[in-house]
Design a protein around this ligand. Structure first.
Ligand code: 3MF
Ligand code: MG
Length: 344
């Protein structure tokens, strides 16, 4: 299959057991080995990791043990012809980070978060990637008055400066999300994430990751969120998926809810040569109702929709488009885009 110079990734959590807040798992767990084998079969090049996807139960392990397990995993990736795209600390499940990690009111929780992030950075380097992603899951409030939102920004900058100093070879991409699990999350948009990076001591190693669904949950257009990141040369990764309005984070397969919105994302990514800047990451879940034998199709479908849209982007009649823009005939532009999308 023609991949137009793009490389693709997903995380092991994207082959899931289907648990949701109202019900238990509905599919048996797929062992990590089996997930690893799926990457190439499904047309993918790279793996996104949480730190404990790479080294399970890392809180109970010594630095030497963590390092050796990560190195062993790196050689399994090499054997499978895969690379690690990034590693992200999973800071939202431990009881100590119940009220936040870097911005918790509890100094012990903040220290745990930093220590854990050092381990994440060690794992990333052992896996041969220079990118760490931070999704600030529980940084924010359930009760607005419970934390000082100005101090929270200072605490985040302090934490980032610590990480940047700990691992001078690493870049950090912030993945903003406006809510869920928190009511109000700190750093809810790409504008916030870019600004946060600029407040650190090493802004050139601070970037962003745009997730489609997160932008939609913030009431924003995901293509414009990507454009803002691109304009600052900060768009280092994406989590493509889709989202049917303002509700829980659905992680639907890319383009399956709103094709035009997906087209606009591919348009901005392809026009600004994202294939030279980063890997196209997916963050998609199979529908809960799906049986195990079909619960991988959301990955292939997302990848195929992306590639079909690259073809649509590259075959777009730019002269006709420009003529509409010059004439300020946006009704005709609307029609031109729809005709092209529907291949009429
Ligand atoms: C939550 C997410 C996260 C992040 C992941 C990597 C569990 O809405 O999108 O997935 O993508 O932690 O940063
Ligand atoms: Mg994500």
């Amino acid at each position: 299959m023609e991949k137009y110079g793009y490389k693709f990734s997903f995380g092991p959590w994207n082959i899931s057991e289907g648990a949701d807040p109202f019900g238990p798992t509905v599919r048996p767990p797929v062992p990590f080995e089996q997930k690893l084998a799926a990457y190439q079969r499904l047309g993918f090049d790279a793996v996104q990791f949480h730190d404990d996807d790479a080294v399970p139960n890392l809180d109970d392990k010594s630095p030497a043990q963590i390092e050796s397990e990560a190195r062993a995993l790196k050689s399994r990736l090499d054997d499978a012809g895969l690379v690690a795209e990034f590693v992200a600390p999973r800071l939202w499940e431990d009881p100590i980070t119940v009220d936040g990690a870097y911005t918790s009111n509890d100094p012990q929780a903040r220290q745990y978060a930093l220590d854990r992030t050092h381990k994440t950075l060690d794992i990333a380097q052992a896996l041969g990637t220079d990118l760490m992603v931070l999704w600030f899951a529980r940084e924010g409030t359930y009760l607005r008055e419970a934390k000082d939102a100005v101090r929270a920004v200072d605490l985040l900058v302090e934490a980032l400066d610590d990480m940047l100093a700990y691992a001078p070879g690493m870049r950090i991409a912030v993945e903003p999300k406006p809510n869920e699990p928190m009511d109000q999350s700190y750093i809810p948009t790409i504008g916030h994430a870019v600004a946060l990076g600029l407040k650190t001591r090493v802004p050139e190693r601070m970037g962003v990751l745009v997730e489609t669904a997160h932008a939609i949950l913030a009431g924003l257009d995901p293509a414009d969120e990507m454009a803002f990141g691109l304009a600052y040369d900060k768009l280092w990764s994406v989590h493509l998926n889709d989202q049917n309005g303002l509700k829980f984070d659905q992680d639907r397969a890319f383009g399956m809810v709103n094709l035009r919105r997906a087209f606009d994302q591919v348009l901005v990514l392809d026009d600004y040569r994202f294939y030279e800047r980063g890997i196209v990451g997916l963050d998609v879940k199979a529908l809960r109702t799906q049986a195990p034998d079909v619960a991988e199709k959301h990955l292939v479908n997302s990848l195929d929709v992306f590639l079909w849209l690259v073809e649509r982007v590259r075959s777009l009649d730019r002269d006709a488009m420009q003529a509409c823009i010059d004439a300020r005939d946006y009704e005709e532009l609307d029609r031109l885009i729809m005709q092209h999308l529907l291949a009429l």
